[in-house]
Every structure is written in C-alpha cells, then in structure tokens.
Design a protein around this ligand. Structure first.
Ligand SMILES: *[C@@H]1O[C@H](CO)[C@@H](O)[C@H](O)[C@H]1NC(C)=O
Ligand SMILES: *[C@@H]1O[C@H](CO)[C@@H](O)[C@H](O)[C@H]1NC(C)=O
Ligand SMILES: *[C@@H]1O[C@H](CO)[C@@H](O)[C@H](O)[C@H]1NC(C)=O
Ligand SMILES: *[C@@H]1O[C@H](CO)[C@@H](O)[C@H](O)[C@H]1NC(C)=O
Ligand SMILES: *[C@@H]1O[C@H](CO)[C@@H](O)[C@H](O)[C@H]1NC(C)=O
Ligand SMILES: *[C@@H]1O[C@H](CO)[C@@H](O)[C@H](O)[C@H]1NC(C)=O
Ligand SMILES: *[C@@H]1O[C@H](CO)[C@@H](O)[C@H](O)[C@H]1NC(C)=O
Ligand SMILES: *[C@@H]1O[C@H](CO)[C@@H](O)[C@H](O)[C@H]1NC(C)=O
Ligand SMILES: *[C@@H]1O[C@H](CO)[C@@H](O)[C@H](O)[C@H]1NC(C)=O
Ligand SMILES: *[C@@H]1O[C@H](CO)[C@@H](O)[C@H](O)[C@H]1NC(C)=O
Ligand SMILES: *[C@@H]1O[C@H](CO)[C@@H](O)[C@H](O)[C@H]1NC(C)=O
Length: 869
C-alpha cells in the first residue's frame, strides 16, 4: 500500500535516486530576467496601521533593471514543472503578459513524500494540541491531515460563493483591528492584530519579553510557553490572527527591527519560531510568520532590493520560515522589500516555488501593510492583501482580472479556500470570541470592552526576562550580590520612565527610563512596567541594604561623586531601535551606531573611575561596542539584559541576586568594532531608485564570518556565563535506526549523495526531518550552586562543502544540582547535516567527513565527533 503510493509519487519526482541531475541543467546557467517594478501611488489606507510605510513612494516610479541570475536553473523538459524561470517574463507590472502562466503545481493538501502517519515520530497533529515541548525534540508533528480536513470544509464552504464574495475574502477592509477580512456569507470575517510580543492597541494585556530576549534563553519550554500565553491573550481579545512571530535575521547589527526577531543564526531563529508558533496556535490564535523575506534593514525598506543567492536564501533566510510552517503556521506575511529586483509580494520564486512548493505551505500568504504592488501578484502566490481597501490592487481589480480570465478562477478559488482553510484548521469556526477592542479608537466606550487577558502570565515574563539575560563578565564572583551594605543605581535606564510606562505612541521616543521593548508596530502597551529601581528597592528592604540612586545620565561629575565608597555601583545603559516610520534621536528605525545611548559609555567610565565594583547592566536591542569600558579593572560584571517586557526590573533583580542562575546565551556576536561585522547597514539611494543590497557575505553572517575571517569578537555567539561551572564528557553519536518507512528509497538516495527530489513539500518531508543521528554526552555541574547549561552542537563541514567553519545545528538545556551529572541528548536530522545543492535544487549530504563539536558557545568547544556515514 505504502510502496504503491510511493511509486506514483516517484513518477512526479524527477530527481529521485541519484539520477544525472547535472545533465538536465541547461547550457546557459546564466540568464537574464528583466524586472519592471512599478510602485504606483498607493498610500494603502496607511491610517489603519502603524506598519504602513510612511516612506512608501507617493509618486509613480518605475524602475527597470536587469539582473543576471546565474544560478537560476532551468531543468529539462522531463520535469514539466519547477522549470523555466529563464523564459518567464517578470510579472512586476500590471501591463505585463496578458496570459499568466499559472503554476502547474496543484497546491492541494500536503502531497509530501511522507506517506503515512507514524505516531511515535510523525503523529497526526491538531494545531490546538501540539506534541509536548522537549529540550531535544524528536517528534515531527504532521499537520497534513488537519490541513486536509480543513481544506475540504473550506472548499465546501465557499462552493456557492460568487466571484465578489471570494474576492472579499482576500481583500482587507477598515474595521476594529489593524487588519480586517469582512464578513462574507456565513463567514464571520477575521481580525488581524499586531504584534509579535503581545496584543497591540488595547488594554489589559501582557507585554511579553521581545523576540530577541526569548531567543537568548535557548530554552524551548519557555519559548513555547510564551507563545501559548500570547496566543491565549489574542484569542481572549477576539483577534483571529496575530501578526507574529517575526523572524528576519539579525544580519545587519543595526537593523531596526532585529529585536522583534530571534537573532543572527538560522537554526536558533528557526527553533524559536517553531516553538513560538506551536505555542501561539495551541492558544487558539492563527500565527503569522513574517516578514517573508530578506527585510533585514529599515532604511528604504519599500525601495530596496535584497539580492540573495539561492544557497544562502535556502540555508539562512528560509530556514526560520520553514520551521514555522513545520509548526503548522496558518499565515505567512510577505515583506516590503524587493528580492532580486522583484517585490517580495510579487515574487513567484519565493512565494510559489519556495513557500508553497518546496515547503508545502497550506495556509495563506498575506501582504505586509501596503506591500502589494500588483493585482497579478495573485498569480504568483499572494493570497490576501492588507490592509486592503479600494486602492489595494485586489477588490474590484481582482474581480476584473478574474472575470476576463487573466487570473484563473481556480487561482481565486485557491486564494479564498486558503483563507477559510486556516480558519477551520484553527477551529475558529467553533465559538471563537468576538472582537472586544477597537485598535483604531481604543478609548471609544462603545467598542472597547476592556477584557482582562493577563492571567498570571507575568510569571513567565519574569522567568524569560531572567533566562534571556546573558552574564558576560563576573570578576571574582562579585555576582550574585550578597546583602551588600550599600548599593547605588546610576543611569536613567534603572528608573521608571518619567511620564508612565507608555510615554510614546508605539514606544516611539527617546526612553526616559528602563528600555523594555523597542519601537514600532512590534509593540503593545504596558499595563505596568517594573523598573530595576523598584525591584531592587524591594529586595533591599529584605536585605536591609542602603540604596542610593542617580538617574541623571548627563552630569558625569555627579555620577562619579555619588558612587564613591559604595559597596556596589550598578550602571544601567540602553540602546533603542524600531520600525522606520518613527525616527528617534536621528535613528530612522535602524540604529545609527552601536554605542550606548545617552553617553552611556562615558557614564560607565565616570562611575568606574570612582568605584572598584562597578556592575554594568545593559538593555539593548542588539549588540553594542563595549570596548571603551569592558576591560576596565573596576568594571567587575556585565549583565546583558536585552528587552524584558513588563517584568524587566524584576528579571534583572533576579539575576543580580542569584534568584535565577544566569543561563542565557548571546543570540548574536558582540564585536570589538562595528566594521568587524560582515554586513553593513546600506544607506543612501535616491527617492526614485531601488537601492541594491547585495548579500555578498552569503552564508557568512555573524559568527560564521568572524570564524572564517579569524576575527576575534569581544563575546562570541552562544556565549554566556553562569554562577556555577559545567564539565562535558563521554560523547557518543549513533545513527537512529530507521523504522520501516516508505521513504527508505529517499533515505538511501540521500545516503548515496542524492539530493532531495523536486516536489511539493520536499523540504519539509518526514524522511528529511526525522531523527537520523543522536549525540549524547554527560554534563556535570562542577560548581557550588544549582544552574542550567545550554550545550550547543556545531557542524564542521568538509572544505569542499564551502560552509563556514562552524554552524549551529543543535542545542539543548539541562539543569543540574551541584555535583550532579546528567546525560544530555541532541538529535540531528538529515536536513541538519545537508546543504542546499543549487544545481540539483535539493538538500544533499556533502561528500566527505562531517565533524562536529559540542560546547558552551560557538568558540568554546568541549567535545568533538564525526557524523557516521
Ligand atoms: C554529475 O556531477 C557529478 C559531480 O560533479 C559527477 O561526478 C557526475 O559524473 C556528473 N554526472 C553526469 C551525468 O554528468
Ligand atoms: C536571486 O538571484 C540569485 C543570483 O542569480 C539566484 O541565485 C537566486 O536564486 C535568486 N533568488 C530569487 C528569489 O529570485
Ligand atoms: C465586497 O466588499 C465590498 C467592499 O467592502 C462591498 O462593497 C461589497 O458589498 C462586498 N460584496 C460582497 C458580496 O460581500
Ligand atoms: C451557500 O449555501 C449555504 C448552505 O448550502 C447557505 O447557508 C449560504 O447562505 C450560501 N451562501 C451564499 C453566499 O449564498
Ligand atoms: C497606548 O499608549 C499610547 C501612548 O501613551 C496611548 O496613546 C494609547 O491610547 C494607549 N492605548 C491604549 C489601548 O491604552
Ligand atoms: C511559478 O512557480 C511555480 C512553482 O515553481 C512554477 O510552476 C511556475 O511556472 C512559475 N510561474 C511563473 C509565472 O513563473
Ligand atoms: C483584464 O482586466 C484588467 C483590469 O481591468 C485589465 O488591466 C486587463 O488588461 C484585462 N485583460 C484582458 C485580457 O482583457
Ligand atoms: C549613537 O546614537 C545614540 C542615539 O541616537 C546617540 O545618543 C549617541 O550619541 C551616538 N553615539 C555616537 C558615538 O555618535
Ligand atoms: C578604581 O576604583 C578606585 C576606587 O575604588 C579608584 O581609586 C581607582 O582609580 C579606579 N581605577 C581606575 C583604573 O579608574
Ligand atoms: C574595592 O576596594 C576596597 C578598598 O578600597 C576593597 O576592600 C575591596 O575589596 C575592593 N573591591 C573589589 C571588588 O576589588
Ligand atoms: C549590488 O550588485 C549590483 C549588481 O552586481 C551592483 O550594480 C550594485 O552596485 C551592487 N550594490 C552595492 C551596494 O554594492
């Protein structure tokens, strides 16, 4: 039965079993694609959303550019599909070809090469009931049956819908939420609401720690729990779709929205995305994986083309989105920017070919706010336009394009079906609460019902705040604090903001107190905000410590004088960034530099000159250059606290006093100099030009570059200290015995050097992602206090694979009492040890020996081994 079905699938798969894929490559591996992008005047009802780009062009600009896509491959005619990118003209304008060559892929439910559910590894999973979280996940949830059931219901549901009704399911309207799908027939409509860290534009919600802080925990259980609680809060408010998580890569250290995301490594980012999605959807809300993709800086985000080679795209930028889809994500949001001179929401390769074919995504793709540039985007994979309205290219335009058969009815059916499918998939047809707030008028008594959804979520906020804090320096064990006699807090970042927790709309202003989130649409309002000052005072009462403070950042003499003779001086500094529609202190979203704000470096130096126990606490959206003071002999400790949400002060206090033994690890590299980073922020460009951002560093982002170029960072990716110490020993690696899977042929093919086939869902197939190798080792707590360690696994590919020296492919977390030893496990899949083969357009194991290391950071390797053949 299984093998019979496999056979029929194999017929669809051109490249199974090591056939001569190279012979099918056309002679011209270099082809010319002409992209004409027309950004016509569209302010796209910008008023409905902060995510609208205020930089969107207001005049009609037309840019024609020619790019050479040297590694875009045409495959032979034996594959009827996935082919001929070379010959298909760009669809970037509405005056493009009249007959749109629609995808030949059916995009019907989940026809991956994975055939039958296999409960221990591949259980059929309902998104409301995901498998339990594990520090070493070995289960690949199979959402296929749930998608198929939902799709069948959706098809029946819209069967009698008119063209207009179907179109209305794809076109946003004004409403109470930041995005709204109107009611159509028996469909009640949908509320889409920001943000990735909590419910925006309403009250009585939790301000969760930011994405970057969550990634810094390297703790899947906390990632999942945060997702779950966020999902419950969105549902509690009646929002159907949460516009998060955000998973753009921390490629450019100044990138304004990096703090919303999960750092500078695709594996860490992917795992954080996966757990966040599983959690959010278990909470009932539809999650949105955004911004797909290559939106790595704010400057000119609607007028820049990120030019990325195929391998880098697959191995770095797609990975988090793939993991979100493997978590069952309902929706994907395409980004503002262009990719290879074609807008991301109009990009057949990234939307249809990569997201819907390779990854097998079954939900719907929505545009970022105002990011739709053409009606014909519908033909290349865009399903929903947001915020919609009359000038949105969908609506009436889409009706016309379908009526005159420029866009097929089948495609419109697919678009409408996908929207309704995600709704059934998430069981939102079953007593989902109505919208109880009004994002556009949060003070209107008629439409805001002030439902309190906070529950006891503050507990996990505080825990993630502590677990996401990274201890970088601790000379002579000055931390944790032990009932100091006197203690002084210096710097405004220790204090509550002077005019309340929500000083600025969307947090878009110069922080006057603790920085607990960045600015922009990726925010929510604080119901309350605990500063370090409040948390430390409360603790001081217990310890009977004398507390002093000076929150003035600008009077350096006073700061120096105030710390003389104190047992401990704690200096708080921060650095903020956000979304480009707000400029703060000259920072147009992206940071203009990597130094602490409010002359923080000078403040630290002024304090350290007068106090030999100066502890620095940072609340930063990303890396800072800390060379001016990090080696100062009086700077005894550095606590990297990032963005803790409304319990930020309590979490910092927990670290300082050892209520939580630090276990966080850096999700990016802290360099000694800004020029050490491989990818600069690209500024400049003119009003009308598309700015080119060439991802020339390829796979070498962040630590991968530092390793390859032999640049010593200040603190490397994955680094973080504890109040105890850990020893690693006794490493083993074994192949996980393959059960009797129908995909044995695919596994054999891969083991013999073959690439994964070209097929729908090929990148997310079970055989590729099920456990293949298990690495185990002992971890012992060799210190004197209870604590957690994050063992990390890095692969070292053979030189011929042209990978960076070390790439993260696994991590786990383990908590141990003093003297205790436990066996830790990190499981690898075939995907984890594969590289993307641009010629064969599949995942393959590189030839040669693949080594690996296990250790405590990307440069602190303790054990090593070799992946078995
Ligand atoms: C395909 O490429 C591989 C590796 O470059 C080579 O060993 C093999 O002979 C090639 N096959 C054909 C049919 O050209
Ligand atoms: C962008 O162009 C590069 C270089 O030609 C190519 O490798 C890559 O596949 C292209 N990506 C997309 C999404 O078109
Ligand atoms: C579709 O939406 C438009 C614009 O909101 C509205 O005027 C129209 O009545 C809707 N049509 C149907 C059939 O729902
Ligand atoms: C479609 O049919 C269903 C029942 O068959 C009915 O309840 C619904 O109102 C119809 N919808 C429209 C838009 O006609
Ligand atoms: C959120 O805070 C901003 C800035 O203080 C304020 O304008 C807005 O009304 C607040 N929103 C809610 C729902 O309280
Ligand atoms: C879009 O991508 C799909 C999937 O790879 C492909 O079948 C189709 O031919 C492409 N269409 C266009 C217009 O390029
Ligand atoms: C179909 O309608 C659209 C929108 O009115 C128009 O731009 C396009 O030229 C029409 N195509 C044909 C083949 O009539
Ligand atoms: C860096 O930017 C911050 C925030 O705008 C500013 O306060 C600081 O003075 C800048 N630092 C340098 C060295 O220019
Ligand atoms: C360190 O602090 C002491 C005061 O405790 C001060 O005398 C000394 O000069 C400081 N050292 C430096 C290098 O600033
Ligand atoms: C700071 O200096 C005092 C004496 O001036 C000394 O007792 C104390 O141990 C020093 N602290 C550190 C952390 O070096
Ligand atoms: C990016 O690459 C294109 C094509 O090679 C080139 O024209 C452009 O100048 C490059 N942009 C930058 C900022 O280097």
């Amino acid at each position: 039965m299984r093998s019979h079905r496999l056979l029929s699938l194999l017929l669809l798969l051109p490249f199974v079993a090591g056939n001569s894929a190279n012979s099918s490559v056309t002679g011209t591996t270099s082809s010319i694609v002409t992209a004409t992008s027309s950004a016509s005047s569209t302010s796209a009802s910008a008023s409905t959303s902060g995510t609208s780009s205020s930089t969107a062009s207001t005049s009609t600009t037309s840019t024609t550019s020619t790019i050479t896509s040297s590694s875009v491959i045409s495959v032979s005619s034996s594959t009827s599909s996935g082919s001929a990118f070379t010959s298909i003209p760009s669809l970037a304008t509405e005056t493009g070809p009249l007959t749109v060559p629609l995808s030949e892929y059916s995009f019907t439910p989940w026809p991956t090469p994975s055939l039958a559910p296999d409960p221990p590894v591949y259980p059929a999973t309902d998104p409301l009931y995901p498998p339990p979280v594990s520090a070493d996940p070995q289960i690949v949830p199979d959402f296929g049956p749930a998608w198929a059931a939902a799709r069948a219901k959706a098809q029946a549901f819209i069967a009698n819908f008119t063209v207009w009704e179907k179109v209305n399911l794809t076109t946003g309207v004004n409403g109470r939420c930041v995005g709204n799908i109107p009611p159509v027939g028996d469909f009640p409509g949908l509320c889409l609401e920001d943000s990735p860290l909590g419910v925006r534009e309403t009250d009585f919600v939790t301000a969760f720690p930011a994405g970057i802080t969550t990634a810094s925990t390297w703790n899947r259980a906390l990632m999942r729990l945060r997702g779950l609680y966020m999902g419950q809060e969105f549902k509690g408010k009646g929002a159907n779709i949460a516009l998060g998580p955000m998973m753009n890569m921390g490629r450019v250290p100044q990138g304004g929205r990096n703090w919303e995301g999960f750092g500078a490594d695709p594996f860490l980012s992917g795992e954080t995305a996966h757990e966040t999605v599983l959690g959010m959807q278990a909470g009932g809300v539809q999650a949105t994986a955004k911004h797909y993709m290559n939106n790595e800086q704010e400057w000119k985000r609607t007028m820049e083309s990120s030019n990325v080679d195929d391998r880098t795209e697959h191995e770095i930028y797609v990975q988090p989105f793939m993991r979100a889809v493997m978590g069952g994500v309902s929706s994907v949001m395409c980004s503002y920017n262009l990719i290879n001179d074609t807008y991301a929401c109009n990009n057949n390769k990234t939307l249809n070919d990569m997201m819907k074919r390779e990854i097998g995504f079954q939900g719907f793709i929505q545009s970022d706010w105002g990011a739709t540039m053409a009606t014909l985007s519908a033909a290349v994979g865009l399903d929903v336009t947001m915020p919609g309205g009359t000038d949105s290219y969908f609506g009436e335009d889409l009706v016309e394009f379908v009526t005159n058969n420029t866009i097929s009815m089948e495609r419109l059916d697919d678009m409408a079906t996908r929207v309704v499918t995600s709704w059934f998939f998430m069981h939102q047809d079953e007593n989902y609460p109505p919208v109880s707030f009004n994002a556009n008028d949060p003070l209107d008594p008629a439409t805001n019902f002030h439902i309190n959804v906070q529950s006891d979520h503050y507990k996990v906020v505080r825990e993630i705040g502590a677990a996401g804090t990274v201890l970088l320096k601790n000379e002579g064990g000055v931390l944790p604090l032990d009932k100091p006699r006197t203690l002084v807090l210096v710097g405004s970042d220790a204090a509550p903001p002077t005019s309340g927790p929500n000083e600025y709309v969307d947090q878009g202003g110069d922080p006057s107190g603790i920085l607990a989130m960045g600015w922009g649409s990726g925010t929510d309002n604080f119901t309350y905000l605990i500063s370090p000052y409040e948390a430390i005072q409360a603790r001081a009462r217990e310890d009977q410590t004398s507390v002093f403070w000076n929150f003035n950042d600008w009077d350096l003499d006073a700061a120096g004088n105030d710390v003389i003779g104190m047992d401990v001086a704690i200096v708080f500094v921060n650095s903020d960034s956000g979304e480009g529609y707000i400029t703060v202190d000259g920072n147009a979203g992206d940071r203009q530099n990597l130094t602490a704000w409010h002359q923080g470096d000078d403040l630290i130096l002024a304090v350290a000159a007068q106090n030999n126990n100066t502890i620095v606490v940072t609340n930063s959206v990303g890396p800072l250059i800390i060379e001016p003071w990090v080696e100062h002999p009086n700077v005894t400790a550095v606590v990297w606290a990032s963005l803790g949400g409304n319990e930020a002060g309590n979490a910092i206090m927990d670290i300082l006093y050892g209520n939580w033994n630090p276990s966080g690890k850096l999700p990016y590299t802290i360099a000694k100099d800004i020029t050490d980073y491989p990818a600069p922020l690209i500024l400049g460009g003119t009003e009308a030009d598309i700015l080119s951002i060439n991802y020339t560093e390829g796979l070498m982002i962040d630590y991968r570059w530092f390793d390859a170029m032999n640049i010593t960072p200040r603190y490397e990716f994955g680094f973080g200290l504890s109040y105890t110490t850990f020893e690693f020993s006794d490493l083993t690696i074994s192949k996980v015995a393959s059960l009797d899977y129908a995909e044995t042929d695919l596994i054999n093919n891969w083991e013999n050097g073959g690439a994964s086939p070209i097929a729908e869902g090929s990148s997310t197939a079970l055989w590729l992602h099920m456990p293949a190798y298990q690495v185990t080792f002992n971890v012992k707590n060799t210190g004197s206090v209870y604590g957690g360690e994050i063992p990390q696994l890095y692969l070292h590919h053979p030189a011929s694979a042209m990978e960076p020296p070390s790439i993260l492919k696994g991590f786990t977390n383990i908590e141990l009492s003093p003297g205790e030893t436990q066996r830790a496990s990190i499981t690898l899949s075939r995907y984890d040890v594969s590289i993307w083969d641009v010629v064969r357009q599949g995942w393959a194991r590189p030839e040669g020996t693949i080594d690996f290391s296990v250790g405590a950071s990307s440069r602190d390797f303790r054990l090593s081994g070799t992946i078995p053949q």
